[in-house]
Design a protein around this ligand. Structure first.
Ligand SMILES: [Zn+2]
Length: 111
């Protein structure tokens, strides 16, 4: 094959969280990132979700300038805030073993 297999498109629209399998809606942020919000509308949410004219689900976070949902938007909770199986954290930095492994010479300046 002359070209590498393209990555599958990011999910968009109603789906399920791959970790907890709860119903979510995959949305596109203003930065073209994919974000999952809880499927159910939630007046306490801070994510304004709407569908554009092509049927794509878009999300924007409420801001000080635009603090309320606008035409066609509904409030949802970001799923990361409610997911009971949070994303794995990055592996912690390896610990320095106890005990001295080597001696680093110290050069005292000005002597
Ligand atoms: Zn989840």
């Amino acid at each position: 094959m002359p070209y590498p297999t393209p990555r599958p498109p990011a999910p968009n629209g109603p789906g399920h969280c791959p970790r907890c399998l709860r119903p979510v809606i995959w949305c596109v942020t203003s930065h073209q990132n994919t974000q999952a919000v809880d499927r159910d509308r939630n007046e306490d949410g801070n994510q304004a979700v709407r569908q554009d004219h092509t049927g794509r689900w878009l999300v924007r976070q409420l801001t000080r300038e635009r603090p309320t949902p606008e035409a066609g938007e509904n409030l949802h909770m970001p799923h990361v805030a409610t997911c009971p199986v949070p994303a794995p954290r990055r592996a912690p930095a390896p610990r320095v073993p106890r005990g001295r492994l080597g001696v680093r010479p110290i050069r005292r300046w000005g002597r």
